[in-house]
Design a protein around this ligand. Structure first.
Ligand code: PEP
Ligand code: MN
Length: 356
């Protein structure tokens, strides 16, 4: 049997429903996706780790049988999410070509170790999603567990699906791109693909995130597609019908390897991209911080407390400045930023407290 190999095609496009729900939905979606000609591998979840109980938790083994059938009819390999030893055994029995570890599982070293041991020696590729929380060591730890049972780096890939974030951002899961770059630099030999569906949480933002991923030289995408997204039993808001998926994939511009250009030009562009993303995050955070200052202003107003509380400000300043070495930022630079932030913060509180 020819084993599916990661990294044989760039970009690699994985698509399929969030969940296998019925045989018809699974086969129709997969058949239409295969017909687009832009999909390299099919996906579907059959065991769904849900945040809240009582929501759809997957169809189990039946779904694997449907995916195996989709593989036979389309000729495309398929991947499935696994969260336990029993899942791995079932996936291998149904000849899955690839398994992936979900974000809720990557956070659990016991589960990851159990999965790694069950997968060892099978030759089946594994894709490891980033954990829910922005903890690079936890993500790297999961990779090391798979390597530790003898799975070769070329059989391991990374999926960046964004990080759970307290507060509001444009996306359901904040990309925090620099964390993914850090992961890439720790495992430069591993392919990394982007999951714009779970990052966005909303089909409206999938195209922009896909293009960003292409611009950032990801090796591919994993995107959710459903024959009838409105009726999807999970992640209804982010799934695309197969025709939309085709349009999305054909619309992404994968920057060519600039073989003729001097290396310098490529390097420069990458660093500039990185700066732009970081700036977007930095200023997004500053905006959030100012909104919190306004809330403080409201609370102070209700309790008739003065705006400036110098002991609190002194403590903030001392804490940040003490991190100067670790951050690699001079105290002059930190002080200048802190003063500007403090001034704006006072202005915001002032406008809340003295408005009207
Ligand atoms: C999924 O891919 O269907 C899934 C559950 O994703 P995540 O683990 O990224 O939430
Ligand atoms: Mn999903």
């Amino acid at each position: 049997m020819n084993r599916f190999q990661l990294g044989t095609k760039r970009p690699m496009i994985i698509a399929g429903p969030c969940s296998a729900e019925t045989r018809e939905q699974t086969l129709d979606t997969c058949t239409q996706l295969a017909a687009t000609g832009v999909v390299d591998m099919l996906r579907a979840g059959v065991w769904k780790p849900r945040t809240s109980p009582g929501t759809f938790e997957g169809v189990g083994l039946k779904g694997l049988a449907w995916m195996a059938e989709a593989k036979r009819t389309t000729g495309l390999p398929f991947g499935v999410e696994v969260a336990s030893k029993a899942h791995v055994e079932a996936a291998l029995e149904f000849e899955a070509d690839c398994v992936w570890i979900g974000a809720r599982t990557t956070v659990s070293p016991f589960a990851v170790q159990e999965i790694a041991e069950a997968l060892a020696g099978s030759g089946v590729a594994v894709l490891i999603k980033n954990p829910m929380n922005p903890d690079i060591d936890l993500w790297a730890g999961a990779v090391k567990r798979f390597m530790g049972v003898g799975i070769a780096a070329e059989n391991i890939g990374l999926i960046h699906r964004g990080f759970s974030y307290f507060g509001h951002s444009r996306y359901r899961n904040a990309p925090m791109w620099p964390l993914a770059f850090e992961m890439r630099s720790r495992f430069p030999e591993m392919m990394m693909i982007c999951d714009p569906s779970h990052m966005a949480g909303n089909r409206e933002y999938i195209a922009e995130l896909s293009q960003e991923a292409a611009d950032l030289r990801y090796d591919g995408l994993i995107v959710e597609s459903h024959i009838c997204p409105e009726q999807a039993l999970s992640d209804a808001g982010q799934q695309l019908v197969p025709a939309e998926l085709e349009r999305l994939i054909r619309g992404v511009n994968w920057r060519k390897e600039a073989v003729d250009d001097p290396e310098f030009v490529g390097e420069l562009a990458r660093f500039r991209d990185e700066i732009d993303r970081i700036d977007a995050e930095v200023f997004g955070l500053l905006s959030r911080r100012m909104k919190v200052s306004e809330s403080i202003g409201r609370v102070k107003k209700e309790n008739d407390v003065a705006i400036l509380q110098s002991s609190r400000w002194g403590a903030i300043k001392e804490r940040i400045l003490s991190q100067s070495d670790g951050l690699g930022l001079s105290t002059e630079f930190l002080t200048a930023i802190l003063e500007a932030v403090h001034l704006e913060s006072i202005a915001r509180q002032n406008s809340v407290m003295n408005r009207g």
